[in-house]
Ligand binder design. Structure first.
Ligand code: ADP
Length: 488
């Protein structure tokens, strides 16, 4: 049974206050375990985004408390927020599991990781520096890095709290003010985070949270002419729309973290059992609802049959059920739309001749549960090898040579992540040099840390999150040239 929790916040958060939507409308957020309504949430739209932008602009005024604040103190506020998140970890993780369906253990991991991401960026506040540039002896030229200003942030439902912190960390560290729209499926932890930001002491208007739908609240952010940057994580399809809206409105800066079909390549010198476990976690973690999931498992022909045996065993052993049960590995998918999409792709795999080694069906009478599914005999032309499934479906392809697998791995418009498992350093490095992806994980997967940049090549995105690169996405560079007079 899901834990019983009191839902404390259901309204929009603007200018440090919880308020109803201008329209008065509300939308339900549901528990994916049983489709029951957890709470009715105020539904933001353009009028609410306008209000939030006004508040964020005031907070970014030249003379505002936020702009005048010593950057060290800004860092202390961020650390205070991290302290409060740690204090309320159990409550936040419970909300996350209720709203998203991920296991409680995974939710705890996400929140703990979020604290680390936030503290990493807190440390940057007073270390954002410009440079001095030689331009001859008649001038002194220097650069300074300044916050972009009011930023819009649109996030998905797969890691609701962690994605929020990925967005807030660099925006707050640089001194921007923000309007965040959580996904309509998972607004609860974002609203709670807003309350914690107020408790931590962020001035009014620095943080605003507007739950609502994509084509209304999300579009209002992307189109707003006074939002100077939009940072979006979600599907490639919506990424195109966001970028077009930014181009049409005010040329706001855009960073996009989009979909993937990431290859994980396993050579014949690998420890097969260990490789199968890495590959299993690479695809099944977070129920396959992961933009950098290892969703094309390429296995060398010499170890293919043995690998399939292990992959199948691991998938069959995976316990699907109540995400609050500590024995559970996999809870429900997020909603009916996602289950429909996953089942269409699973059925296409069956029809196109892939072999179902495990799973292949929905499970349970209520909720959005899908069996951990393993396909062997997958070929590059099948839909399950080309399209992002975003579900618990492993597709295993066979290869023979390094050059062949590099060419096949790159034959996609996605380029988010990749992995290679081998004991041969030359193979690993050749792969790492040749692969078109923002991350290459050698003998591991999902090695994401606060200080390492993350983002996509090609259709998987624009810009980077995390690390110093992630910070730059929220900064403008100003060049100041000072003439030295001859009088002295
Ligand atoms: P997913 O497939 O993961 O649901 P989406 O790209 O549809 O990904 O959604 C990610 C986020 O983008 C959500 O917050 C959603 O509300 C928002 N969104 C969806 N459509 C639009 C749109 N037209 N404009 C702006 N934001 C949108």
């Amino acid at each position: 049974m899901p834990k019983q929790v009191k839902i404390k916040y259901t309204q929009l958060f603007i200018d440090n206050e919880f308020v109803d939507a201008v329209s008065g409308r509300k939308f339900p957020t549901k528990n994916p375990v049983n489709d029951e309504v957890i709470a009715l949430i105020s539904e933001g739209d353009k009028a609410d985004v306008d209000k939030a932008v006004d508040a964020a602009k005031r907070a970014f005024d030249r003379n505002s408390t936020w702009r005048q604040m010593n950057p060290y103190i800004r860092g202390q506020l961020m650390h205070k927020l991290a302290d409060l998140i740690t204090r309320d970890l159990d409550y936040i993780a419970t909300l996350e599991t209720l709203d998203n369906g991920k296991t409680y253990a995974n939710a705890v991991d996400d929140i703990q990781a979020s604290v680390a991401f936030l503290r990493y960026y807190a440390g940057w506040c007073d270390k954002i520096q410009g440079s001095t540039i030689p331009t001859g002896d008649t001038k002194v030229t220097l650069t300074q890095r300044e916050p972009i200003g009011v930023v819009g942030q649109i996030i998905p439902w797969n890691y609701p709290f962690m994605m929020l912190i990925w967005k807030w960390g660099p925006a707050l560290a640089t001194g921007c003010t923000l309007i965040l729209k959580p996904a309509e499926q998972t607004p609860l932890t974002a609203l709670y985070a807003a309350a914690l930001a107020k408790e931590a002491g962020f001035p009014a208007g620095v943080v605003n949270v507007i739950p609502g739908y994509g084509p209304t609240a999300g579009a209002a952010i992307a189109e707003h002419s006074e939002i100077r940057k939009v940072s979006f994580t979600g599907s490639t399809e919506i990424g195109h729309i966001i970028m077009a809206a930014a181009a049409k409105s005010n040329l706001k800066r855009v960073s996009l973290e989009l979909g993937g079909k990431s290859p994980l390549v396993i050579f014949d010198d690998a420890d097969v059992k260990e490789a199968a476990k890495i590959a299993h976690d690479a695809i099944f973690s977070n129920h396959g609802q992961n933009c950098c999931a290892g969703s094309r498992t390429f296995v060398h022909s010499k170890i293919y049959d043995e690998f399939i045996k292990h992959a199948k065993q691991l998938a069959l052993a995976r316990k699907v059920g109540d995400p609050f049960n500590s024995e559970t590995d996999q809870g429900p998918q997020i909603d009916q739309d996602m289950v429909d999409k996953i089942m269409i792709l699973i059925n296409s795999g069956k029809q196109e001749g892939a072999i179902v080694e495990a799973g292949g069906n929905r499970t349970g009478n209520t909720g959005y549960f899908v069996e951990p599914t393993v396909f062997s005999n997958v070929t590059d032309d099948m839909r399950i090898a080309k399209e992002e499934i975003f579900g618990p479906v492993q597709t295993i392809l066979k290869f023979d040579t390094l050059d062949e697998v590099i060419e096949r791995a790159n034959r996609t418009n996605y380029g988010l992540a990749s992995g290679v498992i081998t004991k041969d350093i030359n193979k690993a490095l050749k792969f790492a040099q040749a692969i078109e992806a923002g991350s290459v994980w050698v003998n591991c997967y999902d090695a994401i840390t606060p200080q390492t940049p993350f983002g996509g090549f090609k259709g998987s995105g624009i810009g980077r999150e995390l690390g110093e690169e992630g910070l730059k996405e929220y900064l403008e560079i100003k060049t100041i040239s000072i003439k030295i007079t001859k009088e002295n």
